[in-house]
Design a protein around this ligand. Sequence first.
Ligand SMILES: [Zn+2]
Length: 167
Amino acid sequence: MNVIHFTSCPDDPGDQTLRQKAASVKDINDRVRELVAGMRALMVKDKGVGLAAPQVGMLQRVFVTHADGDEFRVFINPSVLWTSQEQAVYEEGCLSLPGIWAEVVRPRAIKIQAWNEKGRAFTLDASGILARVIQHEYDHLQGVLFIDRVDQARRDKLLAKIAKAKK
Ligand SMILES: [Zn+2]
């Protein structure tokens, strides 16, 4: 299996992978399954609850989750079908932005449709932590990071912290 690594910071002009929109997976084949297995291993190693392919430099619409109390899940070519009116606040972090945390407001529940690594389509109703993780990972496929979902002043502070950590 190929060893996969994190891409560098998104706001580094030298590496904009995390700022681009990921492309749909055309065929759920062994290459995709290998990517999923590598992402799962990396997520487990770093004790993450979710990981999206752009975070490892692959601009493909794939993410995995392992939210607290939930099973390991794979989402390929996901579409968000519904989000609740009701919002929730939760402190988020990201494996691509180590040491950075911020409270983010998002819908409390969602309905999502996707395919798993076996090529099987599924629809999932999620709320609580799982809904949170899914929305965070889904954002990665759109080139969006959780720091984009906080107010400007807070975002500037977080970016300054990221820049400082990189030195
Ligand atoms: Zn993330």
